[in-house]
Design a protein around this ligand. Structure first.
Ligand SMILES: *Cc1c(COP(=O)(O)O)cnc(C)c1O
Length: 394
């Protein structure tokens, strides 16, 4: 049986549900038994234009029939075009480095900050402050950048030096010392309970850091690429960070990561690199994804579905007042904060049995990250199934 093969040969680091998905169309998945599921997870915020999107599949097949990879030693046409497109959409004069994942993009951001600290100050600045509920990745450096203590297991020690954590945005000011080079934050903490920060608070911080010449790094690995309704959450918050990282939704499932920075001349030849990063396959895919999503945003359809999804969450909140406290998050990055009497795992299992996929964040938040192209029909069907699932629990 496939499950046994998986258990025997794949390292057991994931809590895996052994459903065998065979195909998908937009936000609907089909398993090997022909059952369908409404997908409110989009592969954890990745398949931004839905499953088997025709435009994306065609662009990818056309590209792979010509070239997949040549290396960064030669010009890569879609990479250059993608960099230009991302810079235009983010509205800042940025230079871009392409990597393959969120953690790798954040590694690049940390390296940039370290070099900035070396070049711009007489006594090297190298310390980076992050938040206690943050998540920045699973490599050794990004694990240490992640503020949640549960990620700093002694098993993997020693970790990199130079990271410290604060609980709230307000605590950052006191934590800054004469070696601080950067602050790294998410604007909506995806793994930290889908918690969004207050706009004024973030704008005040951004201004303070700019005056002090301390870098603001915004990890938009999850919030980026229209997830919160704008191309970047930074656009929504109206701030201009020094460094922004992207990954998850950028190529709708083809692995890619990106570091955007306004400090365009900091890194020089040989300072950083990646074998796969920004190859023909991933950058061609991403160009198509951005083209699809840009028109979707400009036509008003994205804003409409964001509002529609929120309405449906409000209905659920009203229908199950003993289960859910409030709605959190922005755009199509949403959560329902549960009372601590609620068994989230049971809710998610019941939802699955009714044919709808949802996620959790922390111990108390039911999390929704649907494809940005999800239809109202799929949203309706998903919420109908959720109501059935939750009625069986309450
Ligand atoms: C998912 C995520 C990462 C890590 O991305 P990977 O592609 O898994 O390495 C980093 N930061 C944030 C905010 C994320 O949501």
């Amino acid at each position: 049986m496939l499950k046994n093969i998986d258990k025997k040969y794949v390292l057991n680091v994931y809590q895996r549900n052994y459903v065998n998905f065979k195909r998908g169309k937009n936000s609907t998945l089909f398993d090997d038994k022909g059952r369908d599921y409404i997908d409110f997870t989009s592969g954890i915020g990745v398949t931004s234009v839905g499953h088997s999107n025709t435009r994306l599949s065609n662009a990818i097949s056309e590209q792979v029939n010509r070239l997949i990879h040549t290396s960064n030693l030669y010009l890569i046409e879609p990479q250059a075009k993608l960099a230009k497109k991302i810079a235009e959409l983010c509205g800042q004069d940025v230079g871009i480095f392409f990597a393959n994942s969120g953690a790798e993009a954040n590694e690049g951001a940390i390296k940039l900050a370290r070099k900035y600290g070396e070049k711009k100050f007489e006594n090297k600045h190298y310390k980076i402050i992050t938040l206690e509920h943050s998540f920045h990745g699973r490599t050794l450096a990004t694990l240490k950048a992640t503020g949640q203590k549960s990620f700093h297991k002694s098993d993997f020690a020693p970790y990199l030096d130079g990271f410290s954590y604060v609980q709230n945005i307000d605590d950052i000011y006191c934590a800054i010392d004469d070696k601080t080079v950067a602050i790294m934050i998410e604007l909506v903490q995806g793994e930290g309970g889908v918690q969004q920060f207050n706009k004024n608070e973030i704008q005040k911080l951004a201004k303070y850091l700019k005056d002090k010449k301390i870098l603001l790094i915004v990890d938009e690995v999850q919030t980026g690429v229209y997830r919160t309704g704008e191309f970047l959450a930074s656009n929504l918050y109206n701030i201009k960070p020094d460094i922004i990282t992207l990954a998850k939704g950028l190529a709708s499932g083809v692995p890619i990561g990106a570091v955007l920075t306004t400090h365009k001349d900091l890194l020089e030849v040989g300072d950083h690199g990646s074998t796969f990063g920004g190859n023909f396959l991933s950058t061609r895919a991403s160009l198509e994804v951005l083209s699809i999503l840009e028109s979707y945003k400009n036509s008003g359809e994205l804003d409409e579905i964001c509002i529609y999804f929120e309405t449906k969450l409000k209905e659920l909140l009203l229908e199950f007042p003993k289960m859910f406290k409030k709605i959190v998050g922005l755009g199509l990055m949403r959560g329902l904060r549960c009372f601590n009497t609620v068994d989230l795992t049971l809710l998610i299992d019941n939802a699955f049995k009714q044919g709808v996929l949802v996620l959790k964040s922390q111990r108390d938040t039911l999390r929704f990250l649907p494809a940005l192209t999800i239809t109202k029909i799929e949203v309706d069907e998903g919420f109908k199934r959720l109501k059935n699932a939750f009625s069986k629990v309450s």
